[in-house]
Design a protein around this ligand. Structure first.
Ligand code: SF4
Length: 262
């Protein structure tokens, strides 16, 4: 039996044919902070933080290509399949995504997105940026003719799966975020920084964005918070010897100089 046509109308108006495809991850960033998405997507700014490095580590297994999806018309439920890191895109929707995993069972497909850390105990099971990113993947699967009604966020830290239903509210919020990011990019006006937000000290681009400093100069009188190393017990280690190597053995930092341990 062919999969039902769940294709949602794209955001209004249709994106122009030559408009760059909006990556699902940038829609996540836009919901987290519009300025962050603008800095990364429009201005190509990037900076690593402990969180981004940890995130890459959590994805190291699923980033390998593997498996393939059955054609939508072959939704006969005969087999259970896993396909890793398949790129999906749509000119009509103006979107592109690379789900970590796509599970197929009984003719229905489910995108699975890996997240570092533990499952948050929040009302909807996950935060809106992650839910919207997953919904972009679901919309793309529907656009390609698959029956896709929900997705899964897999939290590596607690090894828990959280089901996210692609209901009308989430689909509308996703289209709204895509429109907002596309509009900001087209207008070329960077969104203002968040004000006194707890998100900023954890943001990898805080040193580029300078939220408190920009706000101080443009609209508020609040003094800027110092940009500090989040872990107050951590101290920098300087290794200046020639041929020195720094490695980690379990929880121990090992420095060797010409193969002699220090
Ligand atoms: S530092 Fe704050 S305002 Fe700036 S991009 Fe990051 S989250 Fe957004």
């Amino acid at each position: 039996m062919p999969a039902p046509d769940h294709r949602a109308p794209p955001s209004i108006p249709y994106p122009p044919a030559d408009a760059p495809l909006v990556p699902a991850r940038m829609v996540n960033e836009y919901v987290y902070c519009p300025r962050l998405a603008y800095l990364e997507w429009v201005q190509s700014e990037w900076a690593d933080s402990a969180d981004t490095v940890e995130g890459r580590h959590a994805h190291r297994r699923v980033n390998r290509d593997g498996g393939s999806l059955p054609a939508p018309s072959r939704g006969d439920g005969a087999s259970r399949l896993h396909a890793r890191s398949i790129t999906l895109s749509s000119r009509r929707l103006g979107l592109i995504a690379r789900p970590d995993l796509i599970e197929s069972d009984g003719g229905r497909v489910t995108p699975v997105d890996y997240k570092r850390g533990k499952r948050p105990h929040v009302e909807r099971g996950a935060h809106d940026p992650e839910r919207v990113q997953l919904c972009v993947q679901g919309l793309l699967l529907r656009e390609h003719g698959y029956d896709c009604t929900d997705g899964v966020l897999y939290f590596v830290g607690s090894r828990e799966r959280v089901r996210v239903v692609f209901d009308d509210d989430l689909v509308a919020a996703t289209h709204e975020a895509v429109d907002g990011l596309r509009r900001a990019a087209t207008e070329g006006v960077i969104p203002p920084p968040l004000e006194d937000s707890p998100k900023c000290p954890r943001c990898s681009l805080v040193g580029i964005c300078l939220p408190d400093e920009v706000n101080r100069l443009t609209r508020t009188t609040t003094a800027p918070r110092p940009i500090a190393v989040p872990c107050t017990e951590a101290l920098p280690l300087y290794v200046q010897a020639r041929h020195a190597k720094v490695a980690k053995s379990g929880e121990t930092l090992v420095v060797t100089i010409d193969d002699m341990r220090c």
